[in-house]
Design a protein around this ligand. Sequence first.
Ligand code: SF4
Length: 417
Amino acid sequence: MTEKADLQSVLDRAADGGRITPEEALDLYRSAPLHALGAAADAVRRRRYADTVDIATYIIERNINYTNVCVTACKFCAFYAAPKDTAKGWTRDLDDILRRCAETIELGGTQIMFQGGHHPDFGVEYYEEHFSAIKKAYPELVIHSLGASEIEHMARISGVSAEDAIRRIHAAGLDSFAGAGAELLPARPRKAIAPLKESGERWLEIMEIAHGLGVESTSTMLMGTGETNAERIEHLRMIRDVQDRTGGFRAFIPYTYQPENNHLKGRTQATLFEYLRMIAIARIFLDNVAHIQGSWLTTGKEVGQLSLHYGADDLGSIMLEENVVSSAGAKHRSNRLEIIDLIRKAGRVPAQRATTYEHLVVHDDPANDPVDERVVSHVSSTAFDGETAARSASGKGGGGRREGGTAHPELKLLASN
Ligand code: SF4
């Protein structure tokens, strides 16, 4: 264990731009004073973004869940239905998916996250068909979706290599990988929570193949299912080593396990302090990853706001629709003006970003803040009333059915005017 004075010298070295070892990262994560850790991480952020140091970003996107049918049965997941559970399982048709894309564009969204279970019938062909249809109808919509687990699954179903699967869905329209399925990369915690998923090494191998083909990604981490601090740092080390070779991870996004409606219910959750420590240590340790995202969806808006002082430069998305972590108990909702306000009250200038992190709109004057009240995060919602959806469908190049989507009963959705 590093002495207290030595911890500060490691923090000072990191704040000055030096690389720290995994052993030093573990010592800092366990023992450095929280504020000192945050101050060092913020110094790293300030150096990296010297030209835009006052800015913190967000994106408008929609998670489109195409099916909940899944053969992988992860123990932390409250979203999936086993293939034999026909009463619970569902699959959205292409018209429904296209309508959700149309609504995303109508609300100023720039990205969709196509997210679903490992359906036993969905090989590469399914994704080719859907991505090419989405791109044909909405070429401006960025498809930032899937991850190595889906690639491993679809390649197996279609009897092709992971590389072929990536080439084909990239050609069909996939722009970048969202990095889902990383969970915990070290073997022990991964086997404990996702025994049927590919290994962490394989997850990284597929991401490395993708980066080599020019398909960049983000990287994620699920905290709080019983992993040790050492395993959390090992997860970061595994990502950093690949990033040294590829440079293809645009961002690192830790989020916390939600304990409802899944087999792990009652197990340890990461505390909010542990989460902030992870944001800070990630900013310090991942010196080769450009962006660190704070997650307000699983930790709450105030903690998301605090993360901007612990090294995060991005607050993720206003999810026009989210169903996966919400199924496991994540109850936080927000809207565009609230996210803008959170960022501003953290002393930063809000900016809407693109998937590739360019600033699309910098909100440097509150008098010009956007006022569309429909830009709100929803659970399983249509986001639009039928009349607006129909307008969108006819005026924006299609979109399909007017009906569809099931509003969460506890959520106040749009007034139907
Ligand atoms: S996390 Fe994904 S792969 Fe795992 S059970 Fe849920 S839907 Fe399936």
